[in-house]
Design a protein around this ligand. Structure first.
Ligand SMILES: C[S@@+](CC[C@H](N)C(=O)[O-])C[C@H]1O[C@@H](n2cnc3c(N)ncnc32)[C@H](O)[C@@H]1O
Length: 510
């Protein structure tokens, strides 16, 4: 908080007197206990080894309206414990949820679950017995972090988010922003050359077609129409014939010239056979070259029409999205998070490669305030002795686990029952990464890029290009392949100094 003066100065249990309070030693079925630490007060500790990605706590929440919080809550001790909920309410986590202390290198991540009005806490790595379990509150702390010099450095965000204590951590420190921040209007559009990344072009090359030579074509069978009265019958026959294929869907079926109309039959290599009753309606089929794809620009349309009338389909869908200052900050925070995770992987003897899927940025409202789920993973090939434990696959697995986890497996006995609505979401009705953005330190390999494609990811940003192994612009660019049925945006983050420790060999698959 930048201006704590208007509220009461609640003291919390960091004092020696507070340490005299007896806290229950074992509270949770997963073996967590509460313990006092000088300078931090109560915190949550592991009683036993806890594996990575374990759900260790589900805390139901009490929700305060924005008005209740503004008028009362923020002047009380609760201000140190509130999470910003979606729709502007403030949440107080019951159970262990309010007692996780802050760390710049958290071993626990959390996600707000609006459907069950609870917060779920999951380990981000394996935890040793007696290790403290900490979450990340955000970049702007209202107290002095006693571990501040350990691990990654503090970010320099110095603005007040206008909410209570844990508000920034509600979305893990990313994206909860007011309409203006610093010198910038957060809605201001960022010029393309000021973006912190370079876009990897994924639209097919024919958009650049500027002359007849560059139009890509395929051979197709056509026949001249001898009797126009049979056109409807011809179209009907073709539909049932099996000759129609999506490969020619971008072409008009009939080419009309002043004295001759021609019928497009098929792209199959074999001569099409007409039924006897229609044989007099068409000439003997012959092969010509037709455009391979739709026209994306007016110039391309004109060029392609000289081969065969072609559909005009400008790919608005793939036009680059404009970025606001708010989205840029959201992405920068996510990149910092993934860097911290990669360093964490390295400390554990793994390759320093990580992936992070933050709560999605809401372009309409310019925040992530309504969203809460986020997933982070690092490379586990060495520690798990498993060649496929790439961070991208690990993070997709986490999302899949989250979605398929039945309500009854929530470890904490106090967890609320999941509603039928949530079950529907969890059971994979949607693709795993629809509308989500993946940040990764290293360009995903071809295998992981294909997994991202199958998961329908919206955007992928990486720092280090992998020219020999990458599937997002390095060795190959999977969303650019003509046959794939999904495209996603790719951005190569402009590398900053100080990341040399995260480099891996060119031949490593990330
Ligand atoms: C959500 S509470 C966490 C539980 C708290 N320790 C207690 O005893 O109630 C947040 C408060 O814990 C303390 N705290 C959390 N993390 C800390 C850290 N890394 N260094 C110092 N104090 C910390 C701060 O006083 C903060 O206001």
């Amino acid at each position: 908080m930048s201006d704590p003066s208007p509220r009461a100065s609640p003291t919390i249990s960091a004092s020696p007197e507070a340490a005299a309070v007896t806290a229950p030693r074992i509270l949770s079925a997963t073996g967590c206990r509460i313990e006092y630490t000088e300078g931090k007060g109560r915190g949550v500790f592991a009683n036993c080894p806890v594996p990575a990605h374990a759900l260790i706590e589900v805390s139901p929440v009490l929700l305060l309206s924005a008005e209740e919080y503004e008028k009362h809550g923020k002047y009380t001790v609760l201000d140190h414990y509130t999470f910003t909920w979606r729709d502007g309410r403030m949440a107080i986590a019951l159970g262990l949820g309010s007692l996780f202390n802050h760390s710049q290198e958290p071993n626990v991540s959390f996600s707000l679950d609006p459907l069950t009005e609870s917060i779920r806490y999951t380990t981000t790595r394996s935890v040793l017995p007696d290790e403290e379990l900490c979450i990340f509150y955000g970049h702007k702390l209202w107290f002095k972090d006693i571990n501040a010099n350990e691990g990654v450095s503090e970010a320099t965000e110095d603005t007040d988010d206008g909410w209570g204590g844990l508000s920034v951590m509600a979305d893990n420190g990313i994206g909860l922003q007011r309409a203006t921040e610093g010198d910038h209007d957060l809605n201001e559009i960022v010029q393309e050359d000021s973006l912190p990344f370079l876009r990897v072009r994924i639209t097919p090359d024919e958009e650049e077609e500027e002359d007849l030579e560059s139009v890509r074509t395929v051979d197709a069978w056509v026949a001249d129409i001898m009797d126009n009265r049979h056109t409807t019958a011809l179209l009907k026959w073709l539909k049932a014939s099996g000759y129609e294929s999506p490969a020619l869907a971008h072409l008009k079926r009939i080419r009309k010239s002043r004295d001759q109309s021609t019928f497009l039959l098929t792209a199959s290599p074999n001569t099409p056979v007409l039924p006897t009753e229609l044989q007099g309606s068409l000439s003997t089929p012959y092969q010509i070259r037709v455009p391979k794809t739709a026209a994306l620009t007016p110039t391309s349309l004109q060029l392609k029409a000289t081969f065969w009338p072609t559909v005009f389909a400008p790919r608005r869908k793939h036009e680059p999205e404009v970025w606001s200052q708010a989205k840029m900050r959201w992405a920068s925070s996510a990149i910092r998070r993934v860097i911290a995770e990669a360093r964490h992987a390295m400390q554990n003897g793994n390759l320093p490669i990580a992936a992070y899927v933050p709560p999605p940025f809401d372009v309409k409202h310019g925040t992530t305030a309504g969203a809460s789920l986020h997933f982070v993973a690092h490379d586990l090939r060495i520690s798990a002795a498993h060649p496929l434990r790439h961070p991208v696959l690990n993070v997709i697995q986490q999302i899949s686990d989250y979605r398929s986890e039945p309500a009854t497996t929530a470890v904490n006995p106090g967890s609320a029952e999941l509603s039928a609505a949530e079950d529907a979401v969890r059971n994979g009705k949607n693709y795993l990464l629809t509308s989500l953005t993946l940040f990764t330190t290293h360009e995903p390999c071809i295998m992981c890029s294909m997994a991202l494609l199958h998961s329908r990811v919206k955007e992928v940003f990486y720092i280090f290009p992998m020219t020999l192994t990458g599937g997002c612009g390095g060795a190959a660019c999977l969303p650019k392949l003509p046959a794939v049925n999904h495209r996603f945006t790719i951005g190569r983050w402009k590398e900053e100094p100080g990341l040399e420790d995260l480099r891996v060999g060119d031949d490593v698959d990330a």
